[in-house]
Write a new protein. Sequence first.
Length: 88
Amino acid sequence: MLDLQHVPNIKDSKRLIRGFTTNKGVTIVIPSNEHKKIKCLDYSSIISARTLLAREVRNLKQCIGVPSIVLLKIIEANKERYSEAFKK
């Protein structure tokens, strides 16, 4: 069985990324048993989309070992879809 994981998560993306919708959000497909290993962290204190994405990427790497090349693609896809939110 496979699951979709939004990166960054839906709740905080709606709060921090103008124009975010679940249909446009970046997702990865992961096995259900791996999805259960992802830690649900509290990001309510984060105030920038860049920091949120960085924390989510680190969480995926630590919890389920998503390969770096996939994480880089996730970062680039977010920058393309929501360029205003991820400006330096």
